[in-house]
Design a protein around this ligand. Structure first.
Ligand code: HEM
Length: 313
């Protein structure tokens, strides 16, 4: 039974760092394989350094480099979403390799970040370099708790990991999007109006009752179902980021396919029902977007085998 990358579901870490890389032209399988071995080894001491987690995601270009080792069809590229009438756009900035490092403290995380970046330098350039953090009790910088509707950890792998009988088994599909907030505009709303934007209360994240929750609220549009009416669950691990000048959210979610991310985004951006556009988008702007497959440990081993004396996870 292929195993998922355990760091996807390791909760409780407060320091995060997201790296995205663009393959250098001509980067071949042997060089990329050696670089990925070094990436995996960068976190080999995770048990003794205080517990950092490292998750690797592959964009579509990796299937061209490793056509045999990567089972199943390539992950699709993030297509981008545009609603000109509403003035909202989620640009497609699909990259090739995503590495997500998270741990208890930034001092531990930065050591791994530097080692990963050095390991990939011969084959890829750094396209995104985004530290993030858990804000108070897992709140977005708007002050709303983020992650309330996530499946509990007992259930999350069942929801987000590709099942054993499917290509890519043990892998998790993922989506990452960097958002830049307009916190002044959001903060200018009364709290009860802010609650209408999300569809939940601000203090305790209680869902607003059906008669009160607007159809264009964030959770009203983000919760989607399949044709049979079953909810298409995702497992979200977004983190806020910020400097004095700019703040936002690095959105990350995992699921058993990318179609559910696509459907959610079409709902949020008003591409399903033009009359309904996620009101949250008036206060935040997407600036990146990529789809990924975070392959199983066995698949990583096939692409980038660790030396025999190292644990494979
Ligand atoms: C800056 C952007 C975003 C912010 C600040 C944000 C914040 C939040 C907050 C505060 C909640 C309510 C609490 C919770 O259940 O977690 C929520 C729910 C949710 N969000 Fe987002 N979110 C953002 C973008 C997205 C995107 C891009 C998607 C998917 C494409 C998404 C999918 C969801 C889902 C599925 C829920 C749970 C809905 C439910 O079943 O109740 N969010 N988000």
């Amino acid at each position: 039974m292929p195993r998922h990358q355990f760091g996807i579901f390791a909760e409780g870490t407060r320091a995060h760092h997201h790296l995205e890389f663009h393959l250098r032209p001509g980067a071949g399988a042997a060089a990329l394989s050696s670089a990925l071995v070094a990436v995996r080894l960068a976190n080999a001491d995770h048990r003794t350094n205080g517990g950092t987690n490292l998750v690797i995601g592959f964009g579509p270009a990796l299937w061209e480099v490793f056509p045999d080792a990567l089972a199943g069809p390539p992950v699709s590229a993030f297509p981008g979403y545009r609603n000109d009438a509403a003035g909202h756009h989620a640009p497609a900035t699909q990259e090739d390799i995503w590495v997500w490092i998270h741990g208890p403290q930034p001092d531990l995380v930065i050591d791994v970040v530097r080692a990963v970046t050095a390991a990939l330098a011969p084959v890829a350039t750094l396209a995104l370099d985004q530290p993030g953090f858990v804000y108070h009790d897992s709140r977005d910088l708007t002050g709303f708790i983020d992650g309330t509707a996530n499946p509990f950890l007992d259930d999350a792998p069942d929801e987000a990991v590709v099942p054993d009988d499917q290509p890519g088994a043990g892998g998790c599909y993922a989506m990452s999007m960097r958002f830049v907030h307009d916190l002044d505009a959001f903060g200018a709303l009364e709290v009860d109006d802010q609650e209408l934007v999300f569809g939940r209360t601000k203090d305790h994240s209680v869902e607003l009752p059906a008669g009160t929750k607007p159809a264009d609220s964030h959770i009203g549009l983000a919760e989607v179902a399949d044709d049979a009416g079953d909810e298409l669950v995702v497992y979200r691990r977004s983190v806020p980021w910020g400097t004095a000048a700019q703040q936002g959210l690095h959105f990350v979610s995992f699921g058993a396919d990318v179609d559910r991310f696509d459907l959610q985004l079409r709902h949020l951006y008003g591409l399903v029902d033009p009359a309904l556009v996620d009101r949250l988008l008036s206060f935040t702007t997407a600036v990146t977007g990529s789809f990924w497959l975070c392959p199983s440990v066995e698949c990583l081993e096939a692409v980038a085998p660790l030396p025999a004396d190292e644990d494979d996870d």
